[in-house]
Design a protein around this ligand. Structure first.
Ligand SMILES: [Mg+2]
Length: 191
């Protein structure tokens, strides 16, 4: 007897702003070195507009202090549990864009540290501003928080992870919690 094979859905999951609290970690690390600086609040996701050192913030976050900012960031509450539940019915591709070699290494290390790597089928780390874009990776759904990434995908594939900096985006399905994402995707499983 043969079994009908059921094709699992493939879900792409972003890291920063979806699983990892990059913004919190950057702020905490920054204030260690520049205690008297005032960081502006989002909605801007352009870091150089929020941090008083301007464009130097990219070197601070992704080279100089990449280990601290990326490797030791907190996971959002229950990120690991969310990935475990999602993996029961979906194949998961982590799709993250990182600008430097150090950022890539510490992001991979973080996925392991946060116990997330065990729930993942593959990891794609694209080079920021490189030719390979997130939307080139074949997925049925993408969970991301960054409007320009999401706009590259057809709306039917898009799950916007609600954050203050993406409030204005009306594209795809906006979800406010991990539970909401799980319910939404379970409802879209092919019978
Ligand atoms: Mg992100």
């Amino acid at each position: 007897m043969w079994r009908r094979s059921i094709k699992k859905m493939i879900v792409g999951v972003d890291v920063d702003g979806v699983l990892r609290d990059f913004y919190g970690s950057l702020e905490r690390t920054y204030l260690k070195y520049y205690h008297d600086h005032i960081i502006k609040d989002p909605p801007s996701f352009q870091l150089h507009e929020l941090y008083p050192i301007g464009y130097k913030i990219y070197d601070f976050a992704f080279e100089e202090h990449a280990g601290e900012v990326l490797g030791f960031a907190d996971a959002y509450r229950n990120a690991e549990g969310f990935m475990r539940m999602l993996h029961k019915f979906a194949d998961i591709v982590i799709i993250t864009s990182q600008p430097t070699k150090r950022a890539k290494v510490f992001t991979f290390a973080w996925l392991q540290r946060a116990d997330i790597l065990q729930h993942v089928d593959s990891v794609v780390i694209v080079q920021t501003n490189g030719l390979l874009k997130k939307h080139h990776i074949g997925v049925n759904y993408i969970i991301d928080d960054y409007p320009p990434n999401l706009m590259d995908f057809p709306q039917s594939k898009v799950i916007v992870f609600d954050q203050v900096w993406n409030k204005g985006l009306e594209w795809g399905k906006r979800c406010y919690s991990y539970d909401e994402i799980l319910k939404y995707l379970q409802g879209r499983m092919t019978k």
